[in-house]
Design a binder for this molecule. Structure first.
Ligand SMILES: [Ca+2]
Ligand SMILES: [Ca+2]
Length: 91
């Protein structure tokens, strides 16, 4: 997995919080696969946008509870993949 190696070796685009699940899908609809990680320790998701040419940028999205795994599917039948996140309850 050479792409994952390059991302984790770049501290500017490395997810924090012990990523436990990784999913590749086109989040921003530009035709390039982006990466999403579920980070249980930091209780957030990291989206690593693929700008092409081995350039990436990372945005974190707080989840409140610890996200544990990721999946994608077209839940609403609009032909776009939807992101499905399972998370551990804090209660
Ligand atoms: Ca993309
Ligand atoms: Ca959809």
């Amino acid at each position: 997995m050479p792409v994952v190696y390059l991302i984790v070796s770049d501290s500017a685009s490395r997810p924090a919080g012990e990523p436990g699940s990784l999913l590749a899908l086109d989040i921003d609809g530009d035709g390039d696969h982006d990466l999403v990680t579920a980070n249980a320790a930091s209780r957030d998701l990291s989206v690593i946008y693929n700008a092409g040419g081995m350039r990436f940028s990372l945005t974190n999205f707080g989840m409140g509870d610890a996200p544990t795994s990721l999946a994608a599917g077209d839940l609403d039948h609009d032909a776009d993949l939807d992101l499905i996140v399972s998370k551990a309850s804090s209660k």
